[in-house]
Ligand binder design. Structure first.
Ligand code: SAM
Length: 241
C-alpha cells in the first residue's frame, strides 16, 4: 500500500472513530438517486435482487442503505475497518441485507462476484493520478459486460483547484490545503476536467452515457465547488484486464 493510501486510511479511520455514523452522509447522494431513477427504478422490484451493485468507498452507508432498501443486491468496500463496522450495524438495525468488506478498492474483494453497477461517490478522488487510472481498470475488471459505472467527482473548475494555496502531489492531486476560509484537506484529493474523465473512461473500455457538471457555492458564496457527474458502460475489457 502506498504512503498516500496509508495516509488516507489513517485520516478516515480517525474520523470514523471520533464521529461515528455522523462522519459521512446520512441520506444518499442526490445525483446517485437521479442516476438510479434514470437507469434502474423502472425494473420490477421482484427482479432487482439479481442486480449486484458495489459502492467503492462506501463509508457509513448513506448511499448503500437506499440501494438495499430498493431491493438491489448491495455490496460495499472501504479501507477503513471502522466504517465497515458502522455500516454493518446500520444494516442490522434497519433489517437490511448487504455484503461489506474492509479493503483497498484498487484490489476489490468479493473474488467470485462480478457487478452490474459500480458506484464511486467522492471516493476514488482520494487516489493520485497514477492510481486513479488503476482504479478505473479495476472497476472495468470487476464489472460484467455492459455493466455500468457511476462517479461523482471533484472538477478542476472548482475554486479549490484553481485558486487556493495548495501543495500538489501530481498535476491533479493536492495533498494539503492552507486557507482559513476553506475546508481543511489533510489527505490526497484529486480533480479532473470533464474531458479528462471522459478520455480516461474511453481509453479503458467504457462508452460514456452521461457527463454533466454541477456547481454550488460554500461560505456565503466565497467558494465555488464544481462536481463532475459521469456514467460509463463497459463495452470491452481495459487493456490491462
Ligand atoms: C468522502 S468519503 C465518501 C463515503 C461515501 N461514498 C459517501 O458518499 O458517504 C470517502 C471514502 O472512501 C474511502 N476510501 C478512500 N480511499 C480508499 C481506498 N483506496 N480503498 C477503499 N476505500 C477508500 C474512505 O475510507 C472513505 O470512507
Amino acid at each position: 500500500m502506498s504512503e498516500l493510501i496509508k495516509k488516507t486510511k489513517l485520516f478516515y479511520e480517525k474520523g470514523y472513530k471520533k464521529k461515528g455514523i455522523e462522519y459521512q452522509r446520512k441520506y444518499p447522494n442526490e445525483e446517485l438517486c437521479r442516476f438510479m431513477g434514470r437507469n434502474y427504478f423502472d425494473i420490477h422490484p421482484k427482479k432487482r435482487k439479481k442486480i449486484k451493485i458495489l459502492e467503492t468507498g462506501c463509508g457509513t452507508g448513506g448511499n448503500a442503505w437506499m440501494l438495499s432498501r430498493e431491493g438491489f443486491s448491495t455490496f460495499g468496500v472501504d479501507i477503513s475497518s471502522k466504517s465497515i463496522d458502522l455500516i454493518k450495524k446500520l444494516f442490522k438495525k434497519n433489517n437490511l441485507k448487504g455484503n461489506f468488506k474492509t479493503g483497498n478498492f484498487l484490489n476489490i474483494p468479493f473474488k467470485n462476484v462480478n457487478f452490474d453497477l459500480i458506484i464511486d461517490i467522492f471516493s476514488s478522488c482520494c487516489l493520485d493520478k497514477e492510481n486513479g487510472k488503476k482504479y478505473i481498470q479495476e472497476v472495468n475488471r470487476k464489472l460484467k459486460n455492459n455493466g455500468k459505472f457511476f462517479s461523482y467527482f471533484p472538477s478542476k473548475n472548482s475554486n479549490m483547484f484553481k485558486f487556493l494555496n495548495k501543495k500538489m502531489h501530481d498535476t491533479d492531486t493536492m495533498i494539503s490545503l492552507k486557507n482559513k476560509s476553506s475546508y481543511k484537506i489533510d489527505h490526497p484529493l484529486r480533480f479532473m476536467s470533464t474531458n479528462q474523465y471522459i478520455n480516461l473512461l474511453k481509453n479503458n473500455g467504457f462508452k460514456i452515457e452521461y457527463a454533466e457538471e454541477l456547481t454550488r457555492t460554500y461560505f456565503f458564496r466565497k467558494e465555488k465547488f464544481t462536481f463532475l457527474v459521469i456514467e460509463g458502460k463497459k463495452i470491452k475489457p481495459s487493456n490491462t484486464s
